[in-house]
Design a protein around this ligand. Structure first.
Ligand code: DQA
Length: 147
């Protein structure tokens, strides 16, 4: 099975961007660990980071034909703004987990609404980069149960 990891805007700056909120791991560090974890379970994992809403929307559309079985997504700032990305992920009907590095509920009020959470299998926030690994562990368990 194929798993897609989507990273929203500014996450290319991880490692240098506000480390008190987002930690010191780079996006490459995170992706590398996820690839290793997926491979060990016999799953294919692809990753995409974009600062552009339409690039993420169009990558989600590709799930209609590329047999993506599960998505991990940190929509970053688009969490709080993007009806378009929400509609895309809703349209393709691929189950997903929403991940945030920081605990968005302990921050500014505008970060406390998500356009994704009500559609998600689950939401992980505040656990830093480990949140992605925990989300992937859950996805792998689900996919194994289906086989
Ligand atoms: C974030 C939280 C968002 O509010 C913020 O805009 C981000 C990152 C997180 O991972 O904690 O860019 O999604």
């Amino acid at each position: 099975p194929r798993i897609l990891v989507l990273h929203g805007p500014n996450l290319n700056l991880l490692g240098v961007r506000e480390p008190d909120h987002y930690g010191r791991d780079t996006l490459a560090d995170i992706n590398r660990r996820l690839e290793t974890q997926a491979r060990a379970a016999g799953c294919e994992l692809s990753t995409l980071q974009s600062n552009a809403e339409h690039v993420l929307v169009e990558r989600v559309h590709e799930c209609l034909t590329d047999s993506t079985a599960f998505i991990l997504i940190n929509p970053a700032a688009f969490t709080h703004t993007s009806v378009a990305l929400r509609d895309a992920i809703s349209a393709v009907k691929v189950p997903f987990i929403e991940v945030h590095l920081s605990n968005v509920h302990a921050r500014e009020p505008f970060r406390q609404h998500s356009y994704f959470s009500d559609l998600a299998v689950g939401v992980i926030c505040g656990l830093g980069a480990q949140g992605y690994e925990l989300a992937l562990a859950h996805a792998l368990t689900r996919l194994a149960a289906r086989r």
